[in-house]
Write a protein that binds this ligand. Structure first.
Ligand code: SAJ
Length: 432
C-alpha cells in the first residue's frame, strides 16, 4: 500500500484543507478535546460515542470528566452549532478514530474498538475521504484499520487506480498531557504518519487548522512506534526514579534531596519517584513494544516491572507504619493516577487503598480527596472499611497518613495537621 513517506516538516498555517466536516469517533479524553478544538476553528464536527450519557452531556455543552478549559470549548462550540454528538457515524470529509486501545491479559493490544470503529465508518465513506487513527496503537494498526475498511468496501482503495476510488489513511498519535490538554493540543508538535504520502499531507493540512507546533510527516508505522517510544522513554525514566527511591530507603538516604542534588549536573534530569505509574498510557503503551519484539525489549519490560512493583512497596510501608495499632485509621490522600486530575483509571493509589483495606479488615481507610464529589471508584465503593471525604476530614481522625497523589490542594496541609501521626509520603511533599 503506497510509497514510503519521507520525513517532512510543516509549520502552522503553511497548508490549507478542503475538509469542512469531521466525525470524531470516541468522545473520551482525546476525542472530545480534538472535536472541540476543530469545531472552534469553524469546521462542522460530529462527535460519535457509544455511550448515550456522553452524547447527551456533550449536546448539553457539558464535559463528563475534569479537564481544565475543555468545558468552555465544548459549551462554546455546541452553542455556535459547530459541534454536536450522536451515537451513529455520519458521512463526513474526514474521520478521526480516538477509541481505547487497552491491553489483553497477555499484554498485547486489544484492537476490538479500532476494528469496530472501522466497520462503522466503512459504509459512510466516499472517495477522497480521509480516515485518521489517533488512538495509541501497536505498529501496523493503521494498515490493519485500512484493511478492515477496504474489506467492507471493495469499491475503494488507498490509491486511485484500476477503477477503485481512493480513500486516504493516516496515523496522528496524540501527545497531550492530561491536565494540560487544551494547551498542548495547540502548542505541541505533531507526528503524522501516512499510509501514502497523500494521506500524510491531507492529515497535516487538517491538523494545521489548530496546531501551532511543527507538523512532522512520516509513514504510519514509524508514527505508531514514535508514540509508543515516547511513553516508554518516560516509563523507563520514572522506573529509574522509583528504583532509586527504594535503594535510598535501604541506605537511609532522602531520595528527594539525592535527586535534587544529582539534577544540578548539567546533563542529568532524574524524574520524581511516586507510588507507581498509573493512567492508561504510560502503564500500557510500553507493553505494545514488548509484544512486538519480546526478546529485544529487555529494558522496556524491566522498567514496567519496576514501576508495577512500586505499589507493593508502598503497601508494605503503610502496613509497617500501622503495625502495633489495634484498629488503625489510615488517611489515604488522593486516588487519581496523577496530580490535579480526577481520573482514577489504572491508578496506583486506588490499588494501594484496595489492598490495604482488603488485607487489613480491622483498619479504617479514610480517603481524602479534592475530588470527593465524584464518589469512590467502583473498585473501592463496596468496601466496608473505606470512606471518602475531604483531606481535612481524613487527617482529623488518622493515626497514619499516606500521601498517594501530589494534588496541589494537599500543599495546604499544615505541620499541625500531621503532628503525632505516622507519615508515608510517596511524593516527597514533606521531605524535610
Ligand atoms: N509520574 C511519576 N514521576 C514523574 C512523572 C510521572 O511517578 O516524575 C507518574 C504520574 O504520577 C502518573 C504516571 O507517571 O502516575 C504518568 O503520568 P505522566 O504525567 O508522566 O503522563 P500521562 O500518562 O498523564 O501522559 C503521558 C504523556 N507522555 C509523555 O510525557 C511521554 C503525554 O504526553 C501523552 O500524550 C499521554 O501519556 C498519552 O496519552 O499517551
Amino acid at each position: 500500500m503506497g510509497d514510503r513517506v519521507s520525513i517532512q516538516t510543516f509549520s502552522a498555517g503553511e497548508t490549507t484543507t478542503d475538509i469542512r466536516s469531521v466525525a470524531v469517533i470516541g468522545l473520551g479524553y482525546i476525542g472530545l478535546p480534538t472535536a472541540a478544538i476543530l469545531a472552534s476553528q469553524g469546521l462542522r464536527v460530529t462527535g460519535v460515542d457509544v455511550n448515550p450519557a456522553t452524547v447527551e452531556a456533550v449536546n448539553d455543552g457539558r464535559v463528563p470528566f475534569v479537564e481544565p478549559d475543555l468545558g468552555i470549548h465544548v459549551a462554546g462550540a455546541v452553542s455556535q452549532g459547530t459541534l454536536r454528538a450522536q451515537t451513529d457515524v455520519p458521512a463526513a470529509d474526514a474521520f478521526i478514530v480516538a477509541v481505547p486501545t487497552p491491553f489483553k491479559g497477555d499484554k498485547s493490544a486489544d484492537l476490538a474498538y479500532v476494528e469496530q470503529a472501522a466497520r462503522n465508518i466503512a459504509p459512510r465513506l466516499r472517495p477522497g475521504n480521509l480516515v485518521i487513527l489517533e488512538s495509541t496503537s501497536p505498529p501496523g494498526t493503521t494498515r490493519r484499520m485500512a484493511e478492515v475498511i477496504l474489506a467492507e468496501r471493495p469499491d475503494l482503495g488507498t490509491e486511485a487506480n484500476g477503477g477503485t476510488a481512493a480513500v486516504l489513511f493516516a496515523h496522528c498519535p496524540e501527545r497531550v498531557l492530561p491536565g494540560r490538554i487544551m494547551i498542548e493540543l495547540v502548542t505541541n508538535d505533531r507526528i503524522i504518519g501516512g499510509l501514502t504520502p497523500e494521506g500524510a499531507t491531507a492529515a497535516a493540512a487538517l491538523y494545521s487548522t489548530f496546531c501551532q507546533g511543527g507538523i512532522h510527516l512520516t509513514d504510519a508505522t514509524t508514527a505508531e512506534m514514535a508514540k509508543l517510544v515516547e511513553n516508554a522513554y518516560r516509563d523507563v525514566n520514572i522506573a529509574f526514579a522509583n528504583e532509586l527511591s527504594m535503594i535510598s530507603e535501604s541506605l537511609d538516604i532522602n531520595v528527594w534531596n539525592l535527586i535534587e542534588l544529582a539534577n544540578h549536573h548539567p546533563r542529568v534530569n532524574i524524574l520524581q519517584p511516586g507510588p507507581g505509574v498509573g493512567g492508561h498510557c504510560i502503564a500500557v503503551d510500553p507493553w505494545f513494544i514488548v509484544a512486538a519484539d519480546p526478546e529485544r525489549s529487555r529494558l522496556i519490560r524491566t522498567a514496567r516491572e519496576v514501576n508495577d512493583s512500586k505499589p507493593d512497596y508502598v503497601v508494605s510501608a503503610i502496613e509497617s507504619a500501622a503495625a502495633g495499632l489495634e484498629q488503625p485509621v489510615i488517611a489515604a490522600l488522593g486516588l487519581a493516577f496523577k496530580a490535579n486530575v480526577d481520573d482514577t483509571r489504572e491508578s496506583p493509589a486506588v490499588d494501594i487503598v484496595h489492598r490495604i483495606a482488603t488485607a487489613n479488615p480491622q483498619a479504617h481507610i479514610a480517603v481524602g480527596s479534592p475530588f470527593s464529589g465524584t464518589g469512590l471508584p467502583a473498585k473501592l465503593a463496596g468496601l466496608p472499611n473505606v470512606a471518602l471525604g475531604t483531606a481535612e476530614e481524613a487527617l482529623a481522625e488518622a493515626d497514619v497518613v499516606a500521601l498517594l497523589v501530589d494534588h496541589d490542594a494537599f500543599r495546604e496541609i499544615t505541620p499541625e495537621q500531621l503532628a503525632g501521626k505516622r507519615v508515608v509520603d510517596t511524593r516527597g511533599f514533606w521531605r524535610n
